[in-house]
Design a protein around this ligand. Structure first.
Ligand code: TRP
Length: 332
């Protein structure tokens, strides 16, 4: 039997940070061994909100692929491509839009929230309202069985399922496949200032840092505010650093850190040095790979060209069925 299919994308709207890594990319890497994965740069989706200044999409799109390769997305195992290279996503988006009731889009909570959040961007556009229809097209064009997503994306996936059911009901059973979610539990890693890690808060540790910039950021991180002086005891649960120790520091060492924090025998600076060492151990090889690909961008272009060819092959098969179901197949 063919391995099951995974489809997922990330919008290229800036550099990827540890939140992306722990919440999304680490999972993507792991899923490659079990599934046939299609991972893509969702540049059209980025355009729904960044249409006034698309230069960020171009820059971060290419670099995003480099970062994926750096963390271990493997072009031998997975299909890596750019959404806008596969024009049939747009065709399917158009065709699905014919059968998608407006009310389904207007009631979408993610849509309402995001519009509110990005108020300054004027998202009262047709493209932005249609965002989840495009996402449905991305997914069903490859007959994805599973879509790894965070909780915020659940309404979009539910909508994709509803569109598939409606499509199959109108045009014939089982032409399109209903996708299910793989909910990835993102560990809560806070940014340097304790708020949610986000590019716009300028509090992010990026996947690609230099040794110096990483050190500077870790040393800047807010710890438990009860530890004003070196002798003040603290509580790991109230410290921003600790969730990162949970990811990058071994259990035995963590026990010691907890005890040392609570009886003040370990100072925050020393605690930070331990974390820094572990982060460097984890990310130095990633940076090396990223540096390598940045110096060999033609390799990245080749990977994208090959991914485009594979994605085209698979999506064309689906489109033939869809066109014929909607009586659009070319005669003769
Ligand atoms: N909407 C997703 C996000 O913001 C990105 C995305 C676009 C996506 N198309 C997709 C995710 C298809 C999974 C499958 O994160």
């Amino acid at each position: 039997m063919e391995p099951k299919r995974i489809v997922s994308g990330i919008r290229p709207t800036g550099d990827l940070h540890l939140g992306h890594y722990l919440g999304v990319l680490k999972n993507w890497v792991a899923l490659q061994d079990e599934y046939q994965c299609f991972y893509f740069v969702a540049d059209w989706h980025a355009l729904t909100s960044e249409y006034r200044d698309p230069s960020i999409i171009e820059q971060s799109g290419r670099d995003m692929v480099v970062t994926w390769l750096g963390v271990g997305i493997d072009p031998e195992k997975s299909v890596i491509f750019r959404q806008s290279d596969i024009k049939t996503h747009a065709e399917l988006f158009l065709l699905l839009s014919m059968i998608t009731p407006l009310s389904w889009l207007e009631r979408n909570p993610t849509y309402k929230e995001l519009r509110e959040e990005l108020k300054e961007k004027d998202l009262g556009t047709f493209g932005f309202l249609g965002y989840p229809v495009l996402q449905a097209a991305d997914i069903v064009i490859y007959h994805a069985d599973k879509v790894p997503i965070g909780e915020d994306q659940l309404p979009h996936l539910e909508l994709a399922r509803e569109i598939v059911r409606r499509f199959n009901f109108i045009y014939g059973e089982a032409i399109l496949t209903e996708p299910k979610e793989i909910l990835t539990e993102a560990p809560k890693v806070a940014g340097l200032d304790g708020r949610k890690m986000s590019k716009s808060y300028k509090n992010a540790i990026f996947i690609y840092e230099t040794q110096e910039s990483l050190k500077e950021k870790v040393m800047q991180m807010l710890t438990d505010i009860k530890r004003q002086r070196r002798k003040d005891p603290g509580e790991p649960k109230d410290c921003n650093l600790y969730p990162l120790h949970e990811q990058y520091t071994q259990e035995a060492k963590r026990q010691k850190i907890q005890a040392g924090c609570r009886d003040a025998s370990l100072g925050c600076v020393d605690c930070k040095h331990i974390l820094l060492e572990n982060l460097l151990g984890e990310f130095s090889p990633v940076w090396e790979k990223i540096d390598y690909y940045r110096g060999h961008m033609s390799l990245v272009d080749e990977i994208l060209t090959e991914g485009c060819a594979k994605a085209t092959r698979e999506s064309d098969k689906t489109m033939e069925k869809v066109r014929s179901a909607m009586r659009l197949a070319r005669q003769g």
